[in-house]
Ligand binder design. Structure first.
Ligand code: GLV
Ligand code: MN
Ligand code: MN
Length: 435
């Protein structure tokens, strides 16, 4: 065990931590350049799907940055990447921060990236402050938080948490048109990530603490004029796929009374989902059908087959299941009425996460030292932290984003807010690493 050098503080307050906001924003802009679509007139549109050349270029760039900061690198079999600043007692569970930088098609440049680049800058700032952390501090880049490629979100953190079976994960197929033949096993091997996915799992208590910095992706902080939020709970997402099989035919010749139109049946399912979600009367119940694939997809052909993908979330998994049960009753009814076949495929149904009161207090204290009173709030968006909660006590720090907009090219977070969130993150990581 090494002892800390004399006269070097074990823990530093946020006032002693200086964030290089210019470098942080420059790096976010550079990262936004690793995109497979051109910038749009709505803002900086980013598309960075996991294991595409853009994702791999971004990973190589980040590794270069972290290595030049003296962080020790480890990559696992699914591409989760760990950058460690080794503490004076390296055998103790580390304190960790991180997020993702994959981006859905036509996304903005701040979702996830603020937690990755902010996490790196927080570690640099702590180094500059003279801290000698007792526990190691780790930045973690998590693989495929977005479900774009394989239809299930938080792939990397799910595998870390042990809530996704490694064999099932490797057998996941691409869910985008044209990618259905590829499995995760094939795609990750082509990207250079080999070995059994069972090695990705970490034990409960692997980390002493985990904090994720993220844009709010909602309007509340901005509306209340607050620069900072602290997340107390993360709502639980679930995913289902419905395949509706009807009978297709000629759009002119197939008479209306004889039709078994799969898209008309799918429309009823979508509206049933909306109706039963609204009927809970709770703002925490949300449901979205964001994908509707119509076969054969010709203007003069009656749809014979439709695939719907549903994303449904709630802070109360029982209430979420209640909505699903009501939708299933409606499906039974429409099956008989419309003469179509409907099959439901389970994708995932997760539990909500509760943040650690101790870490929340540490973040509160770091914020109060800067004269801030952060808002305690629920995250209705999901995050890798939902799964990191299986291996560590967790918390999240939210910063505002303009008009609450996210998953759109015009997503925007102000440099001052990013820097402030990073400063509070750094201070909290420093305190936790000294425990
Ligand atoms: C994460 O991107 C989410 O959809 O909440
Ligand atoms: Mn996202
Ligand atoms: Mn995100």
């Amino acid at each position: 065990m090494q002892t800390p050098a004399v006269n070097v503080p074990e823990s530093v307050g946020p006032k002693a931590i200086e964030i290089d906001a210019t470098r942080l924003v420059d790096e976010l802009n550079t990262l936004a350049g690793f995109t497979s679509i051109e910038p749009s007139k709505e803002g900086t549109a980013v598309t960075r799907v996991v294991f595409t050349p853009d994702d791999l270029r971004a990973r190589a760039w980040l590794k270069g940055l972290a290595e030049s900061d003296g962080l020790v690198l480890r990559e696992d079999a699914v591409g989760n990447t760990f950058f460690r600043w080794v503490g004076t007692e390296p055998e103790l569970p580390a304190v960790a921060t991180g997020s993702h930088f994959d981006a859905i098609p036509h996304a903005g440049m701040y979702d996830g990236t603020v937690g990755v680049i902010g996490g790196l800058e927080a570690i640099r700032a702590l180094k500059r402050s003279g801290l000698r952390p007792r526990r190691s501090i780790e930045l973690v880049l998590l693989t495929s938080e977005e479900p774009t490629r394989f239809g299930i979100g938080c792939l990397g953190s799910r595998l870390i948490s042990g809530t996704l079976d490694p064999t099932r994960a490797d057998a996941l197929h691409g869910t985008q048109r044209g990618s259905e033949d590829e499995t995760l096993a094939e795609v990750r091997a082509a990207a250079g990530f080999t070995g059994s996915l069972s090695t990705v799992r970490l034990n409960a208590g692997h980390y002493h603490a985990w904090i994720e910095l993220h844009i709010e992706q909602g309007p509340l902080l901005e509306r209340e004029g607050l620069p900072l939020g602290i997340v107390t709970h993360i709502a639980a997402p679930a995913g289902y796929r419905f395949e509706i099989q009807g009978i297709g035919g000629h759009a002119g010749a197939l008479l209306m009374p004889d039709r078994r139109d799969a898209l008309c049946a799918a429309s009823e399912i979508i509206l049933s989902i909306e109706k039963h979600t609204l009927a809970t009367g709770k703002i925490d119940s949300v449901a979205t059908v964001g994908i509707c694939d119509v076969y054969p997809g010709a203007v003069n052909s009656v749809p014979s087959r439709v695939t719907l993908q549903l994303d449904i979330r709630d802070t109360d998994p029982g209430r979420r299941e209640g909505i699903m049960e009501a939708v299933r009753r409606d499906i039974e009814d429409l099956r008989a009425r419309r003469g179509v076949r409907v099959t439901e495929t389970f994708v995932n149904a997760d539990q909500p996460a509760t943040c650690s009161p101790h870490i929340l207090d540490v973040i509160d204290e770091a914020s109060r030292d800067l004269g801030l009173s952060p808002k305690r709030m629920v995250s209705r968006a999901y995050h890798d932290s939902l799964f990191m909660a299986c291996v560590a006590p967790i918390a999240m720090v939210f910063i505002p984003c303009r008009n609450g907009v996210s998953h759109r090219p015009d997503e925007y977070a102000a440099p001052a807010d990013i820097a402030l969130g990073t400063r509070v993150l750094a201070s909290a990581l420093g305190k936790l690493a000294s425990e």
